[in-house]
Design a protein around this ligand. Structure first.
Ligand SMILES: *Cc1c(COP(=O)(O)O)cnc(C)c1O
Length: 225
């Protein structure tokens, strides 16, 4: 199937829930990304800073670039001038750096907090307890040039749809719980729930996803992760 017809099929599936498709283009060349762009796709996701910055240079400037991977503080400066949404903020240090680089660029940068919901070991993402501490104890007025617009998570890589649904449900309930903070802080507006990849986006849609990150279904398998 062509990229265009796969995109059309995904748009149909996402339309009822008004869910945004982030086309994950990591490892894929410019001409392939342009095929999706020419079909109307504008949101693209990358997980490496260097690759993201290179593609930003070469591709049309009306693309919304999503940084979906782990981000090191010392690399924020390379994407701060243009990044649309950073999906994987998991420390105050990173948030502070994003605020600093956003200020230098005279921008406000939107961010999602990454939450660790999977059973698999991972160094990245807040645990639900850490999230609670972070949200209740951080002085967000120190970071006027960032905007926390929601949560992001990855489910366990399993065929067990009940387990995936249970993990996504945890994230959904955290998102509801902390939307109470929207009234308390100028720069918190919990509304985005970034859940769902090629293998589990249908489950994610049922659990209230507002943003799916889909790569291999659109562009085919990658030669490296
Ligand atoms: C690669 C990646 C995706 C897309 O994965 P697919 O299985 O190819 O759809 C989504 N989210 C993150 C964080 C990724 O690194």
């Amino acid at each position: 199937m062509s990229i265009s017809s796969i995109l059309d099929q995904l748009y149909e599936e996402l339309k009822p829930s008004n869910c945004t498709l982030v086309a994950v283009s990591k490892t894929k060349p410019i001409d392939v990304i342009m095929e999706a762009y020419n079909h109307g796709q504008r949101d693209f996701g990358e997980n490496k800073v260097q690759e993201l910055a290179n593609k930003y240079e070469k591709l049309p400037k009306d693309i919304n670039w999503h940084m979906i991977g782990h981000l090191q503080s010392n690399k924020v400066k390379y994407i701060a001038p243009f990044v649309h949404l950073i999906h994987a903020v998991d420390s105050e240090k990173l948030l502070a750096t994003i605020n600093k680089e956003a200020t230098k660029n005279n921008r406000t940068i939107s961010c999602l907090l990454q939450i660790h919901i999977a059973q698999e070991e991972s160094k990245f993402g807040f645990s639900p307890d850490d999230l609670d501490n972070f949200l209740n104890e951080t002085d967000f007025s120190k970071y006027p040039n960032v905007r926390i617009v929601g949560l992001m998570g990855m489910a366990t890589n399993t065929y067990d749809e009940n387990q995936i649904a249970a993990e996504f449900a945890v994230l959904k309930s955290l998102s509801l719980k902390y939307s109470a903070l929207n009234q308390k802080h100028d720069n918190i507006e919990m509304k985005v729930l970034s859940i769902g990849m090629s293998g589990d986006y249908k489950v994610a849609l049922k659990l209230g996803s507002t943003m799916v990150r889909i790569g291999s279904t659109i562009f085919g398998a990658r030669s490296y992760p």
